[in-house]
Design a protein around this ligand. Structure first.
Ligand code: IYR
Length: 228
């Protein structure tokens, strides 16, 4: 018979009004989060990054294998290596290398309202680059062998918590996904069974930072939820 060790579990009991108010408060704060593409070089305490990664590491995961690794890059040399490699990929993506863009016309059209291009100065300006890796194998022991489960879902949830925790601490973020991004494994010295998922750029917005107006368009609740 399956008889695992168990522990009691309970949560603080809120009134209904308090529960709604707490959920609304969180939703309102999260609605203030923006993807920031203009960072200052102002430092952010390491303790903030540590706590945000601890929040990310509390995410639910397949079989509780916690199939993630966060490589935190602060050194100018490594940030430069990442910036140069990422921009080389982006130049191919946007066709800024003189060749045909790797991205199709539909993709480039979808990005027009964001105003992105191949230049990614924030990869060297922002104080922290958190490179998120998904462990395709490894289990809790990180042995590189044991099967992991629901890896993409687990790491996606962890990334969401990471972004939320950084925003709660007043730190601006950007999820950056150069493609292909295998070079991140080399720069961060990670093993072959780990797959780079995204770079979470973290820092303070530049004094003259802007965001595209397009970013403020959010689907209303009626559109994103159905009640059955
Ligand atoms: N990686 C490119 C392109 C890009 C793709 C999507 I989908 C975005 O939402 C934003 C950018 C870049 O960073 O410019």
């Amino acid at each position: 018979m399956n008889d695992p060790d168990t522990l009691p579990y309970s949560l603080p009991r809120l009134t209904d009004d308090e529960a709604v108010a707490r959920a609304r408060g969180f939703a309102e704060r999260m609605a203030q989060r923006r993807t920031c593409r203009w960072f200052s070089d102002e430092p952010v305490p390491r303790g903030v990054i540590e706590a945000a990664i601890a929040a990310a590491g509390s995410a639910p995961s397949g079989a509780n294998h916690q199939p993630w690794h966060f490589a935190v890059v602060a050194s100018p040399e490594r940030k430069r290596a990442i910036g140069e490699a990422a921009e080389a990929e982006e130049r191919r993506f946007y066709g800024a290398d003189g060749g045909d863009p790797k991205a199709g016309a539909e993709w480039l059209a979808a990005l027009k309202d964001l105003g992105t291009d191949a230049d990614k100065p924030f990869l060297e300006t922002a104080p922290w680059l958190i490179v998120v890796f998904a462990q395709r194998k490894g289990g809790i022991a990180e042995d590189g062998q044991t099967q992991n489960y629901y890896v993409n879902e687990s790491v996606g949830i962890a990334c969401g918590l990471l972004l939320a925790a950084l925003h709660e601490a007043g730190v601006a973020t950007l999820t950056h996904t150069p493609s292909p991004m295998g070079f991140l494994r080399t720069v961060c010295g990670r093993p072959a069974w780990e797959k780079p998922v995204m770079i979470v750029v973290a820092g303070r917005p530049a004094a003259d930072a802007t965001v595209p107006a397009h970013a403020l368009i959010k689907k209303p609740l009626e559109q994103i939820a159905s009640w059955l």
